[in-house]
Design a protein around this ligand. Structure first.
Ligand SMILES: [Zn+2]
Length: 261
């Protein structure tokens, strides 16, 4: 194995922020797996896409989104890499996938969008056009599994928000699946919330969201999904490890959800 040069590291970083390349990879996956790839909104020079199964039943669809915060590049990179490795699954499991919700942020390595908004705090109303369009793309479906993929610059390991819903909870098993790649974040408090062994199990606090704005995961829970997870990998770890951790969790979630059907 050769040692990586700093140029390689730069290219690796650059690759994960290349939106046209990301979309080209999704086009290839969609063609191979028989999925429908469609723009649902645009922002500045960028189109936003959903990639979905041809038939999306009213119940039993999985929803996975990435890239709502553009400075969290392992998330969109993981979702496309997982999809590229699982075309057979993509053919049979009803899916609504959102490759990247904030392309301007991805290209510019910014949490916020081009207008300085945190798109993960605006789901309470339809004031932001692309989020309103995303909600329309969801339709009235009852998702049976929702994953929103994120990263955290302050993360000291992997942690997961598992919104309280159906039991038994999966969080511990998801952390275990990712452990070969990224260990759990052992902080007792994360982002102002109690955390135990990398797990935060919030009951959505509507009073708080009225103040700070409604995140995507809480919105998905309020729509009725009983399995909503937000995955947070630590940005300080290498990109490949963070991508592998996300993929391990997506795979474990899909395996568990499929068993229950
Ligand atoms: Zn985030």
């Amino acid at each position: 194995m050769t040692k990586r040069s700093s140029t390689d590291k730069y290219l690796t970083r650059h690759r994960a922020h290349n939106y046209p390349r990301l979309i080209a990879r999704w086009r290839a996956v969609a063609a191979r797996a028989g999925l429908v790839m469609r723009p649902f909104a645009s922002t500045g020079e960028y189109k936003l896409y959903t990639v979905r199964s041809r038939k999306l039943p009213h119940t039993g669809t999985f929803y996975i989104s990435a890239g709502i915060h553009g400075d969290e590049p392992a998330a969109p990179e993981a979702l496309i890499t997982w999809a590229e490795k699982n075309t057979r699954l993509l053919r049979r499991q009803p899916l609504l996938l959102v490759p990247c919700l904030n392309p301007w942020g991805l290209v510019n390595n910014s949490r916020m969008d081009s207008q300085g908004r945190d798109l993960n705090r605006v789901f309470q109303n339809d004031s932001v056009a692309e989020i309103a369009a995303l909600k329309r793309a969801m339709g009235a479906r009852q998702f049976s599994l929702c994953l929103t993929l994120h990263e955290d610059y302050d993360g000291q390991g992997l942690y997961i928000y598992e919104i309280r819903g159906n039991r038994p909870y999966w969080g511990e098993a998801l952390l275990k699946a990712a452990r070969p790649h990224v260990p759990m974040d052992r902080r007792r408090e994360i982002e102002g919330r109690d955390s135990a062994n990398g797990l935060i199990r919030p009951v959505p606090d509507m009073a708080l969201f009225e103040k700070i704005g409604l995140p995507e995961a809480a919105y998905l829970h309020l729509r009725g999904c009983q399995r909503v997870f937000t995955i947070e990998t630590p940005s300080e770890y290498g990109l490949d490890r963070r991508v592998a951790a996300h993929i391990a969790i997506i795979s474990e979630c899909v395996r568990r959800a499929a068993i229950l059907e």
